[in-house]
Design a protein around this ligand. Structure first.
Ligand SMILES: [Zn+2]
Length: 294
């Protein structure tokens, strides 16, 4: 099915995006789930006014944390956004910190990724002989600048770099795993950005991510086990307050980014990720044909 929507900017909301939807901080027309060759996407909202326009998709569902990271249909979500005319995606996630220098609730505009996931559908190009996409830079450099500018306008402090390791989940990591990731140079640990960032590149979409630190990873600080608490005590009341403050800033952050993108046209290398396959005649101009027979 083809949809009569053409919006160049989309936000993929991560942890707690659904609370912003429920409380009405993010409002828009509900387009709903989009049918794709990989199944239905998560429901998509169209937010539009004279100053900005965007699509919004909540990764973990609309009503609660109903869909955990390993079970998200990343291919359907990215395909659906491409189908609706999206060219630029800003995502947000709430990872844990391996690097103690970060404060809880701090925003981090990450610039690199380590993939420790397994058993996920990680490519659109199964058995196609294409898709050897270069991963430098991993995230769209122009979109990262746009996020930085938006945070500066809002006088929000942030860290401009960080390496994110994506684990499989849904279980949390062991202390030894966290020590291993630290030795790899990882600063943050989460479960959602892979394969999302790589799938976006396969469809020549710009993608960048804003993270906010939700807790310290296992073994980074001493936190006793507390039955019935969030992450069994890995996150305490003070942490939750800092996280809540960060989450409530998201609507204004994404609106600022949307306004910026309405003023500025982004031209960057993400939009040429598949160029050599086009040149070689492996694929045509219509991206729908790139993923046929898979
Ligand atoms: Zn780009």
């Amino acid at each position: 099915m083809r949809y009569n929507v053409n919006v160049p900017f989309a936000v993929i909301g991560g942890s707690q995006a659904y609370t912003l939807l429920q409380k009405g901080y993010i409002q828009g027309k509900r387009i709903g789930e989009i049918q794709t060759p990989f199944g239905d996407s998560q429901p998509i909202y169209h937010i539009s006014n004279p100053q900005y326009e965007m699509l919004f998709l909540s990764r973990h569902g609309e009503k609660g944390y109903s869909l955990t990271a390993p079970f998200i249909n990343y291919r359907a979500n990215i395909y659906a956004l491409k189908e609706l005319g999206v060219k630029h995606i800003v995502s947000w996630s709430g990872p844990g910190a391996i690097n103690k220098a970060y404060k809880i609730g701090e925003f981090v505009i990450i610039d690199d990724v380590v993939d420790e996931t397994h058993s996920r559908e990680f490519t659109f190009y199964k058995n196609r002989g294409i898709g050897f996409t270069r991963q430098f830079p991993v995230f769209c450099p122009i979109l990262r600048k746009c996020i930085v500018e938006s945070l500066n306008i809002l006088h929000i402090n942030f860290s401009g770099r960080g390496t994110y390791v994506c684990t499989q989940g849904p279980r949390l990591e062991t202390p030894a795993e966290i020590r291993k990731y630290k030795s790899f140079g990882c600063d943050l640990v989460g479960m959602t950005l892979v394969p999302e960032v790589f799938l976006a590149k396969e469809l020549e979409l710009c993608y960048a991510s804003i993270c906010y630190v939700t807790n310290y990873a296992e073994g980074v600080v001493d936190k006793p086990f507390k039955a019935g608490e969030l992450f069994e005590g890995l996150s305490d009341d003070a942490d939750r307050k800092a996280v809540e403050d960060a989450v409530t800033q998201f609507p204004s952050i994404i609106i600022n980014i949307a306004k910026y993108l309405k003023r500025q046209r982004i031209i960057c290398q993400c939009q040429s990720s598949m160029e050599r396959y086009k040149k070689r005649g492996d694929i045509e101009d219509d991206w729908h044909d790139w993923i046929k027979n898979t």
